[in-house]
Design a protein around this ligand. Structure first.
Ligand code: 1HE
Length: 255
């Protein structure tokens, strides 16, 4: 039987997904992409938060270039749209995703990281989009997701030059939200995931869905969607318990 490329470990309410292709610096094969899609389209019921990371000192070296030596335009568009569907499943699958980033966060690896909600990087991380050097273009969502993080102007520069941003630089640009000590990204991601998993699932769900959707809406629609999200969350039993617990100076007990 074929070995999985994605290791899945569930402990309590947190699932840890580890991309496990160390010989290829966890480059993304079509098989590994399908395994990621499989998890996010039907996550285990008790899971409340996810950690996404890689083995052997790297997050992901991008598209497995050995699978893409010659492809027609038609193949490429289907392939790119397939990536888009998987990245959407990561971002909007309903579970908060924390990525623990070390080593290569390159090309499709950066596109995948940008679909996660919290990014924890180590100083030695390499944020890079080397597509220009390979004569190709991004295809896994970078022009939208990475562009919204660092801006279209800086994204163009990053793609044209193939420059590498370190963990510190990534933190300043928003490519990372946290900078962990060397070899410490996974531990920090575990602390953050455990904390997020304790929030009521509905408010986590609304934060993941609504904030990104509102960003794409005209102002009035955005404000109305905010009110709808506030109404949904504030009228839930967990919100009642959360507010009561605060006033009674005790820890809340969520569903
Ligand atoms: C790979 C890949 C890969 C490594 N596809 N095989 N991504 C890239 O252009 C990044 C290409 N990789 C690198 O720049 C470097 O490999 C790293 C900086 C990540 C790591 O360097 P290093 O010195 O530790 O390792 P290495 O010797 O370069 O690579 C080890 C092996 O991994 C080697 O294979 P080997 O058979 O010679 O041992 C490499 O060929 C293999 N390897 N990266 C295939 N990406 C949805 S569209 C997205 C478009 C993109 O993602 S484009 C960017 C692709």
């Amino acid at each position: 039987m074929k070995q999985p490329s994605l290791l899945i470990h569930v402990e309590g309410a947190v699932a840890t997904l580890t991309m496990d292709r160390p010989d290829k610096r966890n480059a993304m094969s079509d098989g590994m992409l399908a395994e990621i899609a499989g998890f996010f389209t039907a996550p285990p019921k008790n899971v409340r938060a996810v950690i996404l990371t890689g083995t052997a000192g790297h997050f992901c070296a991008g598209l497995d270039l050995s699978e893409h030596t010659s492809r027609s335009a038609e193949d490429v568009i289907y392939h790119s749209r397939g990536w888009h569907r998987v990245m959407e499943a990561v971002q909007f699958g309903g579970l908060p995703v924390v990525s623990a980033l070390q080593g290569a966060v390159i090309g499709g690896g950066l596109e995948l990281a940008a679909a996660t909600h919290i990014r924890v990087a180590e100083p030695g991380v390499m944020f890079q989009l080397p597509e220009g050097r390979r004569g190709i273009f991004v295809g896994g969502g970078a022009s939208v997701r990475v562009g919204r993080i660092i801006g279209a102007d800086r994204l163009t520069e990053m793609m044209l030059t193939g420059r590498v941003y370190s963990g510190e630089e990534g933190l300043a640009l928003g490519l990372a939200h946290y900078l962990a000590p060397t070899s410490g990204a996974l531990e920090m991601a575990q602390d953050l995931a455990a904390k997020i998993a304790r929030n009521p699932p509905l408010s986590n769900y609304l934060m993941i869905q609504a904030v990104a959707q509102i960003g794409d809406m005209p102002r009035e629609g955005g404000l109305f969607t905010e009110s709808l999200s506030a109404a949904l969350s504030k009228s839930s039993p967990d919100a009642e318990e959360g507010l009561k617990a605060f006033l009674e100076k005790r820890q809340p007990w969520f569903r």
